[in-house]
Write a protein that binds this ligand. Structure first.
Ligand code: UDP
Ligand code: MG
Length: 312
């Protein structure tokens, strides 16, 4: 059986569409399936829509998280509740075409542990988003040696990988990265990003920025060493200026140089603040992991099947 996991945040209108599309395509392709709709703390009628869909079809189940825990947590909730031999994860807004599911399923039957749908094109984006995304992918690509530029969260994973992902102790996750991080054989399949079926994107600029920072720091501690690098640069500058200052002092022309003092102060202050900020970010993450709170809490479930315990 294939479990199709759909994280949804304020996707009231899209729920019936995505459920119908997945149902039609998978029954045509004669694939045995279940659909898991995960309401990630929506403020609209998303869970009501999920309950309606689950009441109409027993292969549909729903989970309602107690608040908005973020897409990564919603995916994790779906993976944990899934029962299929393999799991597909797709967006609720039909930007990930369900028509690809049968082919991804065949590739899995052919032995692929991960079938990754990569974007043919990145869809329409403003120049600012393009530049920021480009920078983000370069940084993360450098440290993970994984090219995320065309990666998407549209994937099909073997049960073995799902079990590994679900058992990982870390709280801040980067699903896109983790599923390739462990190096299982994977196959790619291309798709064109469709426009959103309805509603608007859940990503604000600040949300994206936080997501980028969290993703980078969940994969590499290099920014911490960056502070050392900054320190070395400052030390070199210090040596040069120190020599000059001593020379000036020795030759009796020591008073000038107020500009240098101000520039140095500004430079040192910003370098220190940046370093402290980076360290603070990592300490914050350690704090989060140490608290070890659950990544999500299930408030309600919909549809047939054993009830899920409330977590933790
Ligand atoms: N999503 C979610 N929780 C969130 C934000 C988004 O479950 O906090 C879901 C959303 O409902 C959709 C998918 O993640 O199914 C992708 O979100 P969106 O379409 O807003 O992102 P975009 O396609 O613009 O990158
Ligand atoms: Mg979308």
């Amino acid at each position: 059986m294939l479990s199709v996991i759909v994280p949804a945040h304020n996707e009231e209108k899209n729920i019936p569409l995505v459920a119908a599309a997945v149902k039609e395509i998978l029954s045509q392709a004669a694939v045995n399936y279940e659909i898991l709709l995960v309401d990630d703390g929506s403020s609209d009628g998303t869970f009501a829509a999920i309950e309606r869909a689950a009441a109409a079809d027993e292969r549909i189940r729903g989970l309602k998280l107690s608040r908005n825990f973020g897409k990564e947590a919603a995916i994790l909730a779906g993976l944990e509740a899934s029962r299929g031999r393999c799991c597909a994860v797709m967006d609720a807004d039909l930007q990930h075409p369900p028509a690809l599911l049968p082919e991804m399923y065949r590739l899995w039957q052919g032995g692929a542990m991960i079938v990754q749908a990569v974007k043919e094109t990145r869809g329409q984006e403003g120049w600012f988003n393009r530049v920021c995304a480009g920078l983000f992918y370069r940084i993360i690509g450098r440290f993970t040696k994984i090219d995320f530029r065309r990666a998407s969260d549209y994937k099909l994973l073997d049960r073995k990988i799902v079990d590994i992902l679900v058992k990982l102790p870390e709280k801040t996750r980067f699903f896109r990265g983790l599923s390739v991080y462990y190096g299982f054989p994977q196959t790619q399949i291309e798709f064109a990003v469709a426009p959103r079926a309805s509603g608007k994107t859940n990503w604000s600029l600040t949300k994206l920025f936080r997501y980028a920072l969290d993703s980078i720091s969940s994969f590499t501690a290099f920014p911490l060493q960056f502070t050392t690098f900054l320190g070395i640069i400052m030390l070199l500058l210090f040596l040069l200026l120190g020599l000059q200052t001593l020379y000036n002092f020795a030759t009796g022309q020591a008073v000038a140089g107020f500009t240098t003092v101000i520039l140095l102060l500004l430079f040192i202050a910003s370098a220190l603040s940046i370093s402290l900020g980076i360290i603070g970010h990592y300490i914050g993450k350690i704090y989060d992991e140490v608290k070890a709170r659950p990544s999500y809490i299930i408030e309600k479930t919909a549809g047939k099947g054993e009830d899920h315990d409330l977590r933790p």
